[in-house]
Design a protein around this ligand. Structure first.
Ligand code: E4P
Length: 217
């Protein structure tokens, strides 16, 4: 199971990366715009911090525009992956890019058929959005399980990133269902690392140790 961090904030990426458990980074136009910095500068900086794949999204809507952007972005670093929206034009772009050896992450996947089409087009990664599906009352976990089954059954090389993860429970569920990767917002790492019994346990150990040390003096 790989953990990607879902942010374009370089300070957050450095902080999380220090734990040694980050395998990659995902961004999208909303996340990059939030930083108020130049797109190319931010992506290049992230790629220099993290060794694993860093997803950078195209904003063109035609296959021609997406491919032109993707070819340019792919030169920024050898660990950049091009995020392409799940549309018919997007699939055309993925087909061309995969033939050129450019890695792609097909994003905004909400159904089995979308995921299957992206796999067939040659997507390196697909991003089903768990949180956004749950927002509209759809079973996102069945989608993750179905996509994983299809990959294994038909032998596709595509990997699943469970995206739009907002809670520890969501993260744990997609892990058990076989998502290859989860992309996680910075704030969730703290919650994942915490448990009330861990906090109480540390407090008790410290208290008992102080009592012991006082007795020994
Ligand atoms: C990552 O690839 C997605 O862009 C991101 O996880 C979307 O998350 P959100 O639904 O919380 O915006």
């Amino acid at each position: 199971m790989k953990f990607f961090v879902d942010t374009a904030n370089v300070a957050e990426i450095r902080r999380i990366n220090e734990m040694g458990i980050v395998d990659g980074v995902t961004t999208n136009p909303t996340i990059v715009a939030r930083e108020g910095r130049d797109f190319e500068t931010v992506i290049k900086e992230i790629c220099s911090i993290v060794d694993g794949p860093v997803s950078a999204e195209v904003t063109g809507l035609t296959a021609h525009d997406m491919v032109t952007e993707a070819r340019s972005i792919s030169k920024w670093s050898n660990n950049v992956v091009i995020k392409i929206p799940m549309t018919m034009e997007g699939l055309k772009a993925v087909k061309i890019l995969s033939k050129e050896g450019i890695k792609t992450n097909v994003t905004l996947i909400f159904s089995v058929s979308q995921g299957l089409m992206a796999m067939k087009a040659g997507a390196t990664i697909i991003s089903p959005f768990v949180g956004r599906l749950e927002d509209i009352g759809v079973d996102a976990y069945q989608l993750i399980a179905d996509l994983r089954h299809i990959i294994d059954f038909y032998g596709y090389e595509t990997e699943i990133i469970a995206a739009s993860i907002r809670s520890v429970q969501q993260l744990e569920k997609v892990t058990k269902l076989g998502a290859h990767i989860a992309t996680i917002p910075d704030s969730l790492f703290e919650k994942m690392s915490s448990h009330i019994l861990t906090t109480q346990g540390i407090e008790q150990f410290m208290k008992d140790w102080e009592t012991f040390e006082k007795r020994e003096k």
